[in-house]
Design a protein. Sequence first.
Length: 291
Amino acid sequence: MPKITFSRFVAGTMSWGQWGKEFSHQSMSNLIDYYYSSGITTFDHADIYGSYTMESDFGKAFKRAAVQRDKVQFVTKCGIQYLSENRANEVVHYDTSRAYIMESAEASLTKLQTDYLDVLLIHRPSPLMHPNEILEAVQRLKKEGKILHFGVSNFGPSQLDLMLSEGAIEVNQIEFSAVHYAPMFDGTLDRMIQHQILPMAWGPVRSYFNLQEDSKKERLELQLLELTQVYDCTVDQLLYAWILKHPARVHPIVGSTNKDRIASALRAAKIKLSTQDWFKILIASQGHQVP
Ligand SMILES: NC(=O)c1ccc[n+]([C@@H]2O[C@H](COP(=O)([O-])OP(=O)(O)OC[C@H]3O[C@@H](n4cnc5c(N)ncnc54)[C@H](OP(=O)(O)O)[C@@H]3O)[C@@H](O)[C@H]2O)c1
């Protein structure tokens, strides 16, 4: 099995197409080139993005980009059955059956115009999932060379334990940020360190910019603004630096399509946030000191 290698920052494609910016294939291609030339080589997808259209748009855009397939990594997900004009679903639900995982992975290969997926993730834990059934599909896809690695997304500690009881998990993609820090305290990140599961963090900055809770926003804003002076940096860079300091080696997924913001995110890797300043941000977010 090849060693799993991703860029430390991952490019999230969720809002490139119908679920956001509605870029042309040429603009997506330019964005792929920009991400690649910035050193971000891992691209995150899901079958459902853009109401089941984003993988196919990306596949077409990638053909125009000046990047070779073996220089980048494609991560995609399956398991959510979404409401879409492209599906006959009556309600959003999850499907982690062997047949559905196989079918969805095959569809992702076709849409992304690739022979293999670097990683396939189960998008959300289903109350109806059985680890044996999922891993049967995974073994088959690996044997056929269609996926190189397997992971999950939004799995908490008990769900990780359930999967680990039958086989290895290589990635867990979770919501994690200075605003949404629960995975540090509910056992999720502990389990991931223990079992060498690589964490990817979605919502690394959006959770702050969209924060509705006034008191929390005010506390964080004050603290972050003070630290921007200390580190001569921006608020979003501090939010990334806070994530990067966690010992689980969390890989933030950058959701922005704005080149200045992407470049700014990368500069966060140079910030050496002190332990006390890291705690100041946590305390501002929690609204209380640590005991
Ligand atoms: N596994 C899962 O369940 C799951 C769930 C959600 C997302 N994801 C993945 O994670 C990726 C990233 O998630 P995310 O979109 O939540 O990432 P994010 O990077 O936290 O947020 C990106 C959004 O925040 C805006 N933004 C960024 N910097 C900003 C700033 N300085 N001021 C104001 N707005 C700012 C961006 O707008 P601009 O584009 O205009 O900069 C964009 O709308 C997605 O693309 C997807 O691949 C996975």
